[in-house]
Ligand binder design. Structure first.
Ligand code: TYD
Length: 213
């Protein structure tokens, strides 16, 4: 039996991590025999740890050279390859439902902004690099929230990260919407401006629908 891969995407502060926990516990309740694997990118592997340290230590105000932006892209891609090899593929082979908090679409959306002016059409360019080796999710839940509200939510949390700035998040939001438009059969759009409970219900319903097919 081959499992199912479901990814959660959205800008920082859109509520996908909270919803992921709700969805996982509701599915475990309704379908206790299913194996559920919760995972995330950046991962907790060697490259993921480098990325998380870098994200914490950089404020986002310092200008970053083209070479360092490319370095960051390839670190995210290396971490994705590690994620596929160590977690996603083995879990799918066991027939698990894999729920991933961020995945390759985050790289296309975020590095699609940081690589502007460095490579032509960065989103397509990044997606083209992934194409031959990536595992495409069965479903991607995209949490949509206007960047102003997302930043307000983030300000109430300790420890801000480098990508949490308004103009930047606006561009990332536009990229996510563009990516979703290109693959409407894979994406489920979730209005993340509503309360936690309603968002969780919506997301769970979408996942259960996929699992019933
Ligand atoms: P996030 O899931 O928000 O981390 P945390 O759980 O610590 O809040 O991811 C960290 C940041 O990394 C976030 O701003 C999005 C960014 N990111 C990229 O720029 N490219 C990527 O490929 C991924 C996976 C994340």
């Amino acid at each position: 039996m081959f499992g199912r891969l479901i990814t959660l995407e959205g800008i920082d502060g859109s509520g996908k991590s909270t919803t992921l926990r709700h969805v996982a516990s509701r599915i475990a309740e309704k379908q206790p025999k299913r194996k559920i694997v919760l995972t995330a990118e950046p991962t907790s592997g060697a490259v993921g740890r480098i990325l998380r340290a870098e994200l914490r230590e950089t404020s986002g105000n310092e200008p970053m050279s083209s070479a360092l932006r490319m370095n960051e892209l390839f670190l995210f891609m290396a971490d994705h390859a590690h994620h596929l090899a160590e977690t996603v593929l083995p879990s799918l082979k066991e027939g698990a439902v894999v729920l991933s908090d961020r995945y390759a679409d985050s790289t296309a959306a975020y590095q699609g902004v940081t690589l502007q002016g460095i490579v032509p059409h960065p989103i397509s360019w990044i997606r083209e690099i992934f194409r031959p080796w990536n595992v495409v999710p069965d479903m991607t839940l995209l949490f949509l929230l206007d960047p102003e509200s997302a930043l307000k939510r983030l300000k109430s949390r300790p420890g801000r990260e480098k990508f949490e700035r308004l103009e930047f998040l606006r561009s990332v939001d536009r990229n996510f919407r563009r990516i979703a438009l290109a693959e409407p059969e894979r994406f489920v759009l979730i209005d993340a401006a509503r309360d936690e409970e309603t968002v969780a219900e919506d997301a769970t319903a979408a996942v259960l629908d996929l699992l019933s097919r």
